[in-house]
Write a protein that binds this ligand. Structure first.
Ligand SMILES: N[C@@H](CCC(=O)N[C@@H](CS)C(=O)NCC(=O)O)C(=O)O
Length: 227
């Protein structure tokens, strides 16, 4: 299996399937195409029909769109419990993953992922605050209603697709110093401590083409303007 990804510092969509595959012990090779270079679209297009990353290639099958990749992995590796086994929990996990895939635009625009950085907190615009409130509500509901605590500290207990979909949000909240409730903070700490998350961050820190690292807020404004 082969996963095409963008720069680990800021390709939030790439992080989603990557971390799930790593957390589930699914073997794959990765190809990283640096984003925002002149030949980026052409290089991605060779493997990914949408010219976007991530794209998973499994033999003669190519799957793009992070959520479609999760579904493919769940079907391909049924024993890994990428979605929760309980039907109600699974329905909830799919709904919140779709909500993430389709939404939270204000947060995504205002707080672009730049996973190796941390900034002093600043007041957030109202639409971003509304996104934060909804996300922490989702996390709290998953943890308090559906989490099988015997299997871990993640949204439904064991790490799964929904955790992968929200891993970039954990990174954003950490980078921009977003203050959250105790349950959400505990969840964020667990994600940030996961070996797969740490491996991704280590890879990001080693990248030569880091746009934002050590350059401060002006680069963040530049990333925001590009969204
Ligand atoms: N909805 C897509 C979004 C994918 C996406 O927008 N990927 C960005 C990088 S994070 C990309 O490939 N951009 C291409 C480029 O910058 O040329 C998904 O879920 O995978």
């Amino acid at each position: 299996m082969h996963l095409l990804i963008g720069n680990k510092v800021y390709s939030s969509w790439s992080l989603r399937p990557w971390i799930v595959m790593r957390a589930k012990g699914i073997a794959f090779e990765e190809t990283l195409v640096p984003l925002r270079e002149v030949d980026t679209p052409a290089r991605i297009r060779k493997l990914s029909p949408s010219s976007k990353v991530p794209c998973l290639v499994d033999g003669d099958v190519a799957v793009w769109e992070s959520l479609a990749i999760m579904e493919y992995l769940a079907e391909r590796f049924p024993d890994t419990q990428i979605w929760p086994t309980d039907r109600r929990a699974r329905a909830h996990a799919r709904a919140i993953s779709s909500e993430m895939h389709a939404g939270f635009q204000a947060l995504r625009n205002h707080c672009p992922m730049t996973i190796t950085q941390r900034f002093a907190p600043e007041p957030l615009p109202l639409d971003v605050q509304a996104n934060v409130a909804r996300i922490t509500e989702i996390w709290t509901e998953a943890r308090t209603t559906f989490a099988d605590r015997a299997h871990g500290p993640f949204l439904y207990g064991a790490f799964g697709a929904a955790d992968g979909m929200y891993a970039p949000v954990v990174s954003r909240f950490h980078t921009y110093g977003v203050v959250v409730d105790v349950v959400s903070q505990g969840y964020m700490d667990a994600v940030r401590a996961h070996p797969a998350y740490r491996d991704w961050v280590a890879g990001a820190a080693a990248e030569p083409w880091v746009l934002a690292q050590n350059e401060g807020r002006s680069v963040i404004e530049d990333l925001r303007a590009k969204h």
